[in-house]
Design a protein around this ligand. Structure first.
Ligand SMILES: [Zn+2]
Length: 133
């Protein structure tokens, strides 16, 4: 399993090369893995009006939806050349919780010394907003 996560991280790394981040100069790439093993890439897309910036994680999930993905997310790798352990922001954690697999969603990050850090969405986002009818 660790090999799959390493490959996901490599794909996130490649996606970070395509970023549009002239304002922050903080490129981020993401690769999201679904239950049916489909994968989708995303990178951050900034805007002169900073608040309109789209994160790599939400970009990857949007690409999945655009491609008619109907299964749930089992893992996402996130990478920035500027920072190891590049954690998802609060908005992206909420987005991930919307589409996370019932079996859980792994967050795959680059760790120090080229290692991989594997976290569970549950542990970094334990009480997300849920709409109860
Ligand atoms: Zn984000």
């Amino acid at each position: 399993m660790e090999k799959i996560y390493q490959e996901l991280l490599e794909k996130a790394k490649k996606a970070s090369l395509n970023t549009y981040s002239p304002y922050s100069n903080f490129p981020v790439g993401a690769c999201v893995l679904y239950e049916n093993n489909n994968e989708y890439l995303g990178c951050n897309v900034e805007n002169v009006s900073y608040g309109l910036t789209l994160c790599a994680e939400r970009n990857a999930i949007s690409t999945a939806i655009t491609n008619n993905e109907k299964t749930k997310i089992k893992a996402i790798a996130i990478y920035s050349p500027k920072q190891t352990k590049c954690m998802p922001c609060g908005a992206c954690r909420q987005w991930l919780s919307e589409f996370a697999s019932e079996q859980g969603c792994k967050i795959i990050l680059e760790d120090n010394n080229d290692g991989i850090l594997i976290l569970n969405l549950e542990e970094i986002f334990p009480s997300g907003f849920k709409f109860e009818k």
